[in-house]
Structure formats: structure tokens, C-alpha cells
Design a binder for this molecule. Sequence first.
Ligand SMILES: [Zn+2]
Length: 224
Amino acid sequence: MFNKGIKLNETRFCFFIENLFSPNIISGFSKSSLPGELPGDFNKLISYIGKKNSFSYMDQKHSAGLALAQKPGLYDADGLFTKDKNHFLVVKTADCLPLLLANGDGLAGVIHMGWRSAKKGILKNISFDLTDFKVVAGLGLRSCCYQVGAEFREFSELSSYLRTTPKGVFFEPVRFARDKLIAQGLKKDNFFDLSLCSYCSGGDFFSYRRDKTSKRNLSFIGLR
Ligand SMILES: [Zn+2]
């Protein structure tokens, strides 16, 4: 079900990613035992990561905007970074791709990457040197289920990341993210994929396309 190299620790509300980032990074994603309501659900995650932690999240308007979170709260962005310890970043998704990023230098980030943000260039807006970063593609719609309209062939930013089959045209968000981040300096071996499709993995997760749900999966990362 998951990328074979990634160890996950399952708890009642979430999975923690155990062995991918350096030990000072805590990251993971929620299960359907949390409906994904913020800020309330963070208090349930806190029961596992410690009460002294605070968090920031985003209004996620499918923009290409990134922000540096310097105090806890809600940001007008689709990507957030922080340098602060015990300050978690949370992204809500139910098919869009969450990216979790961190380097060994005390910088962590989350990105909400749907096709609109991808097309608008959200990954190009990352101004940090990615050489020492690791990135994981989290729980989201993958090319198996990401059917899009034929008009996507006209979107030059995305057109190299479409798979055409007898059933239709499918977007490949993970390959898109990987290529774009490597082009910006990320080392090939430092891109990881949970290989977990929100629609068809059959897991304990939400998919808007499958269920038209308003509930959301939460993906999070923080420094301790
Ligand atoms: Zn799928």
C-alpha cells in the first residue's frame, strides 16, 4: 500500500512517517477518525505530538502563493514554511496532493498542490535552495484516478504530465512535482512517494471525487 522504504507508525488518529526526515522532524497524515476540521482537530493530533506545540494552516484557495509562518494561525496561501520549533504546518486535502518538505537545517514546509496551483507555478515560487531538502508526496489523487478534461492538453505547464488511455486523459501529479522540484535543485534520491491514492487505495481516507465529502485528510510537519 505504501512506498516500501517509508515506515509508518499507526495511531488512532494518524500515521506518523518514521524514517524519512531527520529525527528532529515530526510528520504524518490523519485517518478518517478525524474529519479534518481546523483548528479543532489539531488538538487531537496534539495528544500524540505534545501540548506545547502550536500550528498554522492555510485558506487553500488553489493559488500559487507561499508564506513563511512566523506565528501560529491561518495564512492566505497554498504553501507554508517555518523555521520555528514546535510550530506545525497542516494542509487539508481530499484528492489534491500534499507535499511535505524539510531540510537538515531547521526548515519545514507543506504545499497544497492541486492542478490549479500546479498550473499557476506554485513549485516555481519556492525560493529556498532545495539541495538539502527531502520531499514526500503524501496522500492524494494519483494518475490512476486523476481524470481531467481534454482541454488539459492545451495547458502547456501540465501537458507533459498527462496519460491518455481509452478511458480518457489523466494527470500525473506526482511525476509533475518530482520533475519540477528536481529541476529546482532537489536531489533525485530525496523525493519520496507514499504511493497512496486517496480515491482507490481503499484505505481509511477521504476522497472528494469518490464520495463528494466535505471531510478532509490532514497532513502535517513540524520541527521539535
Ligand atoms: Zn487511484
